[in-house]
Design a protein around this ligand. Structure first.
Ligand code: AHR
Length: 639
């Protein structure tokens, strides 16, 4: 029916299904994770207690203490030495204890169980604490949501555990601990986790957030940043070796996103490293993504240190940094008899993680970077020739320094070059042919951080996601040179963000996926196995008439997949000709559309804009469609 309604002047997209092109890499569409916006501590990492080991520079940050509480520093964990002693306040009516505010509160789900653990000792013999989940500002009879008692019976440090079930849902509860009785008690590493985490691990991840990652099916997962890899100075750079082993003894680090933006300052933002490299590798394995760890190249953040050579490690003193890179590969891939492979096995993963990629440096630029990268490349190539090395072209998306970066990466024979572009609508619209001119013989492209940052519209509005979808057709058309991509950043806490847009937003109990998430997911789950030529008037469909398009074949699913984005203000009469297709019965469609360009999903309306599945007919190898204005549609034809 629809076919007869399409006018004779329909715009024709031609897909040649017989000309199967280059393979689409499994890593083609991925994710970038950084502990920004409380993405790790306070987000994906399931821990609900902030400053659980009293290691913040202000030891009681996040805690209210009352009665006789003393801070001590000769605890059982040498890299987290602080703990607290609670003593009888002098009268049965008085209280000694402490109360933790969590991250913007503690989120509780109705009828969910929580695992409270604490390292404790009772120096003078049997002591007891009350453990309460409270609503401090409750208007009801009591602040106490639920409570239980914990007996501490040892004079030496021991880990104690209590399961607490919350009878109610609460977005902003607190944890309160009160000394019961007269005997003193020492407490260290006070922790509260939901029992139900992703894959139900004890040091686990928040289930709904991790599930959202799994549901997207990313091919690559880049971690742990971003700028936090660099630190504002070398002392605060991300050091992966500090993030493995028992969580109780992982030292605290600053999080530069505490203070990077004065207009969005969060004084309590630190990295506990509870979500560390072991957990990142495990997450990659769980969600079926290749791991892409990023390591420091011996440079502090160049934005913060501009041309100050002294802020970075002298080239002849880089060996410990290079060794970190080599040891990481051994940690991930070495067998149990190797020094670092043994540590991985001791953490519960005897099998190698099969790491294939390593990125050295984040957004570094100029000779300062190139001369430091060189010895890393030499050392990794020599010890692990099979590992692919990712270098960077710096923070610019084009221009002199960008070109210089690419030239240097070619000379150093990096396998991939990490490009970043946070750009506005015009940039996205005009870059529909970005990769056509790239050198096919040089390193491959990793579009490692990108997002449409609307002019004056820096949030996850629909239009931004539409333009991202349009640009992604160019990734796909050039899959012979674009091997990896990742939207950025991934997560943001609604009460604690520094940077937006972001792919997934959450508060303490809820989450929503942005329109950009749905675009990414649509590409990830429909990436196909090989490119197919896709043209209009013999040219790539790259915005000339407001349309962007690309096509792939999925040899495993026996499907042709065409992606079309109409960014114009008018609906389009479309004719998609699958040249060479013999027979097909129907077309499955996935459509993301909105009439409001500024509209977005929210916690209260998480599904305002979501993909809609449909079916349409195909006749004579031609799909006839009227594609609404501002619409992203995927057409899937089984062959
Ligand atoms: O994604 C936020 C930041 O943007 C990253 O840390 C950095 O690489 C880029 O500048």
């Amino acid at each position: 029916m629809l076919a007869s309604m399409i006018s004779a002047s329909a715009e024709t997209i031609e897909v040649n299904v017989k000309k199967v092109g280059a393979p689409i890499q499994p890593t083609m569409y991925g994710m970038f994770f950084e502990d920004i916006n409380y993405a790790a501590d306070g987000g994906l990492y399931g821990e609900l207690v902030k400053n659980r080991s009293f290691e913040f520079p202000q030891a009681f940050m996040g805690w209210k203490v009352f009665g006789k509480v003393t801070l001590k520093d000769d605890g059982p964990f040498d890299r987290c030495p602080h703990y607290v002693s609670l003593a009888y306040p002098g009268h049965n009516e008085r209280r000694t204890g402490l109360q933790n505010e969590g991250y913007f509160g503690i989120g509780l789900l109705k009828d969910a169980e929580y695992r409270f653990t604490v390292w404790a000792k009772a120096p003078t013999g049997h002591a007891q604490i009350k453990v309460q989940l409270i609503d401090e500002h409750s208007m009801g009879e009591t602040q106490v949501i639920v409570q239980d008692k914990l007996d501490v019976t040892t004079k030496d440090w021991k880990k104690y555990e209590l399961t607490i079930k919350s009878p109610v849902a609460h977005n902003n509860a607190n944890l309160r601990i009160i000394l019961a009785g007269k005997n003193p008690i020492d407490l260290e590493h006070v922790s509260l986790f939901p029992k139900e985490t992703f894959k139900n691990r004890e040091n686990g991840l928040r289930k709904d957030l991790a599930q959202a990652l799994a549901d997207a099916h990313p091919g690559i997962f880049r971690f742990p940043g971003g700028c936090i890899v660099e630190g504002v100075d070398l002392a605060t750079r991300y050091q992966w070796k500090n993030t493995i082993g028992p969580v109780e003894n992982r030292p605290l680090n600053q999080n530069r996103w505490e203070y990077t933006f004065e207009h969005r300052y969060f004084s309590d933002y630190y990295q506990s490293y509870g979500l560390g490299f072991f957990e990142y590798f495990q997450l990659c394995e769980d969600i079926g993504a290749d791991a892409l760890p990023v390591l420091n190249v011996g440079m502090a953040c160049q934005f913060q240190n501009r041309n100050n050579e002294a802020a970075h490690v002298p080239v002849d003193q880089l060996q410990p940094y290079i060794q970190d890179a080599l040891d990481l590969i051994e940690f991930a891939n070495g067998d149990e008899n190797t020094t670092w492979g043994k540590k991985r096995a001791e953490m519960g993963h005897p099998a190698p993680f099969n790491m294939k990629y390593i990125a050295i440096g984040n957004e570094q630029w100029d000779d300062m970077y190139y001369k430091r990268l060189k010895p890393f490349v030499n050392a990794v190539r020599k010890a692990y020739p099979e590992i692919k090395i990712v270098g960077t072209s710096g923070p610019d998306s084009e221009g002199e320094m960008f070109d210089k970066g690419w030239k240097a990466m070619k000379e150093l024979k990096a396998d991939l070059v990490d490009e970043h572009f946070y750009r506005n609508e015009d940039w996205f619209l005009s870059h529909g042919l970005r990769y056509e001119s790239y050198d096919r013989k040089g390193p491959k492209v990793f579009a490692g951080e990108y997002a449409c940052h609307g002019k004056g519209k820096k949030w996850n509005h629909f239009e931004a996601s539409l333009l991202e979808a349009a640009l992604m057709t160019d990734f796909e058309r050039n899959a012979d040179v674009v091997y990896m991509t990742a939207y950025a950043p991934l997560f943001a806490h609604i009460d604690g963000w520094q940077w937006r847009p972001d792919l997934i937003w959450f508060d303490n109990t809820r989450m929503f996926k942005s329109c950009s998430y749905y675009v990414q997911q649509a590409y990830m789950t429909n990436k196909g196995t090989n490119m197919l030529p896709c043209t209009m008037d013999k040219k790539p469909v790259a915005g000339e008439t407001g349309l962007y398009a690309s096509a792939v074949i999925d040899k495993d699913k026996k499907e042709y997949i065409v992606k079309v984005i109409n960014v114009s203000n008018d609906s389009k009469d479309l004719s998609i000709n699958l040249k060479g297709l013999k027979t097909a019965n129907a077309v499955e469609t996935i459509t993301l559309s909105s009439t409001e360009m500024d509209a977005e999903n929210t916690l209260d309306q998480p599904e305002k804009i979501v993909p809609v599945n449909g079916v349409m007919s195909i006749s004579n190898a031609t799909i006839s469609d009227k594609l609404a204005a501002k619409t992203f549609r995927i057409y899937k034809v089984k062959y």
